[in-house]
Design a protein around this ligand. Structure first.
Ligand code: 3EB
Length: 334
């Protein structure tokens, strides 16, 4: 890919990590994701910092910056929007006082409200971070299962005729409160499922009472780009975890799953043919920080040494999963 739609700064393992991924929509820069070892409070429009700590430097802050709509929003919303996309982080004040399932329901209901108010009816991508993902909540459910229930309940109240679920990441953090980021759009995207996996929304209820409502990937086209949002992808085939305890084999299955998503998008939805090396960004969440060298060696063999990869500590929703990979491809349309 050789266009200015994507800019990669220098990626290095020293303190000064500085990668930006610009999503450009038409002529309007939508937002920039900035990575730095400094928090973004010196930047004019810092959306938020993600809680998952980096494994690359002592501290790595991800801050999303863009053109903020300066209209006065109640409840502390800071909305980034242009003629096609809306991006925001749900204000914690809307759910911080509630138990997990109700908190999630409140957060997603608030997202749907903002989407409706702004005229962005399609949810295309979400990132969800919260502590204690596999620890007990209540009623025999862990926090992830309660999250799934709350999300389902918010969707049930939506009463939409046809629902394309967004691409999603759900990662357990070591502390802090829940953070939910999302991108919504004026135009619908296309959900991409993985033939090697049962669709998450069809999982049997052994994993969660209410199913995880997300698409394995979402293909979104605008006037100037094809964007493939690949959900957090784990070592799951069918609906079973593969290779518990084997970090290398798990990494392999994650990549195989992502390759399968590419080929479905290309063959069934006519997406431009790309390979893993054409992605703009990977985020690799690793549960045990000791595994980073193993994963990095594996990834560099496949993607090359200069691939746009960030390694982050994060817990997965199943205790037998050790690694999860999300990815973003931005393909300029000529
Ligand atoms: C999986 O494939 C792994 O509940 O939104 C990955 C990405 C996972 C998103 C979600 C869950 C979610 O089931 C877990």
């Amino acid at each position: 890919m050789t266009t200015s739609a994507i800019t990669h700064g220098s990626v290095n393992e020293a303190l000064n990590i500085n990668v930006s991924t610009d999503i450009v929509s038409g002529l309007h820069k939508f937002f920039t994701v900035r990575y730095s070892d400094e928090p973004a409070d010196n930047i004019i429009h810092s959306l938020a910092n993600v809680t998952a700590p980096s494994l690359q430097s002592e501290q790595l802050f991800e801050s999303w910056q863009g053109a903020v709509n300066h209209a006065n929003h109640p409840d502390g919303w800071q909305l980034f929007q242009n003629d096609q996309y809306l991006l925001a982080c749900v204000p914690a004040s809307l759910f911080a006082h509630l138990p997990m399932d109700q908190a999630t329901e409140a957060a997603y209901s608030a997202i749907f409200e903002q989407m409706h108010a702004g005229g962005y009816p399609y949810l295309v991508r979400t990132w969800n971070f919260f502590p204690g993902i596999t620890s007990d909540g209540y009623a025999g459910s862990d926090h992830y299962q309660l999250f799934c229930s709350g999300r389902s309940r918010a969707y049930e109240q939506q009463l939409l005729e046809e629902q394309v679920y967004p691409a999603a990441t759900v990662i357990g953090t070591q502390g802090g409160s829940m953070q939910i980021f999302f991108i919504a759009a004026k135009q619908a995207g296309i959900g991409i499922e993985n033939v090697l996996q049962v669709s998450a929304y069809d999982y049997p209820s052994i994993y969660s009472q209410d199913p995880p409502l997300f698409s394995r990937a979402l293909l979104h086209r605008n006037q100037s780009q094809e964007i493939l949002f690949v959900s957090g992808t784990a070592s799951i085939t069918g609906h079973d975890t593969q290779y518990a305890g084997d970090i290398n084999r798990q990494t392999e299955i994650c990549l195989t799953n992502i390759e399968q998503l590419i080929s479905t998008a290309v063959n069934e939805q006519n997406m431009t043919a790309i390979t893993l090396r054409d992605f703009s960004q990977f985020k690799i969440y690793i549960k045990n920080p000791h595994n980073i060298d193993t994963v990095r060696t594996h990834i560099q063999q496949i993607l090359g040494a200069n691939a746009p990869v960030h390694y982050l500590q994060g817990d997965m929703c199943r205790s037998d999963l050790s690694v999860e990979i999300e990815a973003l491809a931005i393909i300029p349309v000529i």
